[in-house]
Design a protein around this ligand. Sequence first.
Ligand SMILES: *[C@@H]1O[C@H](CO)[C@@H](O)[C@H](O)[C@H]1NC(C)=O
Ligand SMILES: *[C@@H]1O[C@H](CO)[C@@H](O)[C@H](O)[C@H]1NC(C)=O
Ligand SMILES: *[C@@H]1O[C@H](CO)[C@@H](O)[C@H](O)[C@H]1NC(C)=O
Ligand SMILES: *[C@@H]1O[C@H](CO)[C@@H](O)[C@H](O)[C@H]1NC(C)=O
Ligand SMILES: *[C@@H]1O[C@H](CO)[C@@H](O)[C@H](O)[C@H]1NC(C)=O
Length: 436
Amino acid sequence: MWAVTAVLSLYIIGVLTNQNTQLWVVEVPKENAVINSLQDAGHVDVWGGNSTHTQVVVEPEVRELVEEMLRLWEMTHTVEVEDVMALVKQERRHMQELKDNTSRRRRAVQPQAMDWNTYHNMNDIEGYIGWVNHTGGGFVEVLDAAASVEGRRVLVVKVTDPNSPQPKKKIWIEGGIHAREWISPAVATYILHLLVTNESWRELLKVTEWYIVPVANPDGYQYTFTSERARLWRKNRRDNLSSDGRCKGVDLNRNWNLKWGVGASSNPCSETYKGPMPFSEPETRGLQAMMKSIGDIDLFITLHSFGQTILYPWGWTRNAPANAKQLKRLAKKFADAVRDASRGETEYEIGGSGPLYGLASGATDDWAYGELGVPFSYTIELPDQGRYGFLLPETRISSTVTETAAGIQCMIGALTNTGLCAQRRVRQPDTFWFRG
Ligand SMILES: *[C@@H]1O[C@H](CO)[C@@H](O)[C@H](O)[C@H]1NC(C)=O
Ligand SMILES: *[C@@H]1O[C@H](CO)[C@@H](O)[C@H](O)[C@H]1NC(C)=O
Ligand SMILES: *[C@@H]1O[C@H](CO)[C@@H](O)[C@H](O)[C@H]1NC(C)=O
Ligand SMILES: *[C@@H]1O[C@H](CO)[C@@H](O)[C@H](O)[C@H]1NC(C)=O
Ligand SMILES: *[C@@H]1O[C@H](CO)[C@@H](O)[C@H](O)[C@H]1NC(C)=O
């Protein structure tokens, strides 16, 4: 009898301790065949990593299976976050409390009442874009790049000073292509806000033309606000009927047509599912068409989280790109300015995305660089370095957006020889060529 009880209680303890979604740190480099195959099968969700460690999220249902695999390959791991969903719950409680406080103060809910103390859903962001459009005069134009899978508009806000003569440097900033990376639309909308409200940024508009995509993946982003379970969604919301509707979504940052398929998954259940063909998704198709029609973009930045790295091409190969030196120098402007603005708190690492993060293709930055010929193309992995990961607390939004803006402003100053950092100008190559 005692044996049965013992087995039963072991079983119960097993069930209880197995209930949490956990974040593990596995002691292998991020680019590892076992981790790749686990990710490809949809068993783990790789959150990040470096040359020695990999962070993976493990759901309770597959925990034993993953543990067994790691044991088999003699890979050790530690549990970094015992209960990921507890962090999600905490975040939702905080957002609700802020909302309650705001309505208690009876502040009229106006679209321009955008702030960077909480995370905002699609509705708030669209309202804010409407306000920017309404008050921006001739400086602002809202462009429609695409209708998403679920019919939302993928909006691009163009900002420039219409009264100053051409030619200008063209800058494209893409936010929110990965749904759960909430700090990304926050930074994109903050840059937009500075462009339309801040004198020193407005000055830059005489020599620059900006294209800001606050949320490249509006369906996925909106979905992450709908429930605790949905908070960590990454892809768009494409249905796949042949996988019994079990596995939705295409990773929009694996769907671009440059070396499509390298380091991406063909399994619709995987977080890095590349889609059935390049540009299969309306979001990427619409964005690439608009980028092509604008043509000579000088600087492309896609905002992601997390990791505190500024990455330049290539993602699909470890080979250095043709103008690696210049890419590094302009990236250093960003990293130095962020360090100054954060009083040394925020350190960025600079590198090629392939060498630093492992090979992956079909991303926007590689396409912009290799296909469109944008000489300065970057992925910025915003804070933090993994303590909270995608669940960066709302108390960190305001410092993150201001220090990131300082970094970007310094890059622009260097590129255009105006404003901040102008004295440390980075010369653009006279001719730019693409080396595959
Ligand atoms: C890699 O990540 C681990 C844990 O996340 C950290 O302890 C280690 O210092 C990192 N290594 C490098 C080279 O950044
Ligand atoms: C809401 O208001 C209460 C009382 O003023 C305050 O203690 C609390 O910190 C506020 N919560 C947030 C999230 O700002
Ligand atoms: C922007 O404003 C113009 C009129 O000034 C209006 O026609 C257009 O529909 C607005 N676009 C958005 C997305 O609000
Ligand atoms: C405007 O931008 C400058 C430079 O980034 C910054 O120092 C200043 O605080 C900003 N002003 C306002 C009112 O936000
Ligand atoms: C759906 O998944 C299957 C594999 O299970 C794949 O062959 C097919 O291309 C996918 N369709 C879409 C629209 O992603």
